[in-house]
Structures are given as structure tokens and as C-alpha cells.
Ligand binder design. Sequence first.
Ligand SMILES: CC(C)(COP(=O)(O)OP(=O)(O)OC[C@H]1O[C@@H](n2cnc3c(N)ncnc32)[C@H](O)[C@@H]1OP(=O)(O)O)[C@@H](O)C(=O)NCCC(=O)NCCS
Length: 174
Amino acid sequence: MAQLAEIRPLARDDNRADFSCGQPELDRFFEHYAGQNQFKLHLAVTYVAVVEGRLAGFATVSVASMERGSVPSARLRRRLPSYPLPVLRLARLGVDTRFQGLGVGRSLLRHVLSLAVEQRTKLGCVGVVTDAKPAAVAFYEALGFVPLEGVREGLLLGAPLPMFLAIDAIAEAG
Ligand SMILES: CC(C)(COP(=O)(O)OP(=O)(O)OC[C@H]1O[C@@H](n2cnc3c(N)ncnc32)[C@H](O)[C@@H]1OP(=O)(O)O)[C@@H](O)C(=O)NCCC(=O)NCCS
């Protein structure tokens, strides 16, 4: 199924109204804010997975930065400078409940990782960051994401976990 998903940027006339990933706040973002953030404010770009003509999932990405002290690997931290580091932020990810468990989420994530590699080549990028909802942490861990340095301590129960995947690991896997 996932092989059949076409991944492309959101278009202005995509019908987002009947999309539901089971998280109302993500659905609301997709329906009401993904378009204006992309087309009017230029804050982020949303990529959609299209399966049989339907919007099966979406991933919203933006350019961001992180501090060296948050990089989870001590070895990598030692090699990096102390000013803000360029990263790709996966801001939101959702798969419609009718398409969950079919590989759509993984396909979207792989697309996001390929964008990070492109960013590395064209603009500079040390990795991908995301705030993982507790129920999705294992999904990200399976792709190699690890919590940011020092964030597990002091994290409120149920709060999203900031996670990171280094660009070298992405490029090696790709
Ligand atoms: C989390 C989510 C994006 C996963 O998308 P999906 O299309 O259902 O996932 P896939 O079918 O691509 O699954 C890929 C792999 O991850 C696993 N997986 C899927 N969801 C998982 C989860 N929540 N926790 C752990 N593993 C998960 C699958 O079993 C599969 O593993 P396998 O290849 O070994 O069989 C989707 O379930 C979703 O939209 N959930 C609600 C919103 C949400 O939590 N978004 C993430 C916000 S940070």
C-alpha cells in the first residue's frame, strides 16, 4: 500500500476537511492552519501522501535550529560549534485512521529524511528534530531517533518528547 502512496507538497485545493488521524488537534492543524502556514505565512511546508486519490497522511516540516548542548551524542557535540545549528523540524505528522498501519507514516518520514539530506547539501543541516507524542515515541525510535540530551529528566507525564536523528545516520541509511 505505502508503495502506492504518492508524496507531494500540499496543494491549495486539497480537500482536508474529512481527514482524521485520531488526534483532533492534529486534524485541526491540517484543516485550518497547514494551508495558511504554507501559502501565506511561509512558515512551513506540508507534504501529503495520496493513496487512490485520497489524502492518507501529512507531514509538516520547517527549517529550525538547535543548541549544541541538546545534541544527544557526546562525540558529535565535541565536533560542533557553540552557535545555533541548522536542523529540519518535523513539526507535525498524521496518518488518517483508515490508512494507519499500512506504511504511510513510514513513507512520509522517509520523505522528510530525504528532504533533510537535500537541505544538508543545499543549506546545511545537522539532523532532524521532532516532538514525539508519547504514543508515537516507539515509531520514531524504530527509525533511529533518540531523545535530545537531558530532556527525559523533568519531562511531565504525557508531554511530547523532543527527539533527534543525526544527518550522518540518515545519509548512511539512505
Ligand atoms: C504514528 C503514525 C504517524 C504512524 O503512521 P502509520 O502509517 O500508522 O505507521 P506505519 O504503518 O508506517 O508503521 C511503520 C512501522 O511503525 C510501527 N508503528 C506504527 N505506529 C506506531 C506507534 N504508535 N508506536 C510504535 N510503532 C508504531 C508499525 O508497526 C510499523 O512497524 P513494522 O514496519 O515493524 O511493521 C500514525 O499512527 C498516526 O497518525 N497516529 C496519530 C497521530 C500521531 O500520533 N502522530 C505522531 C505525532 S508525533
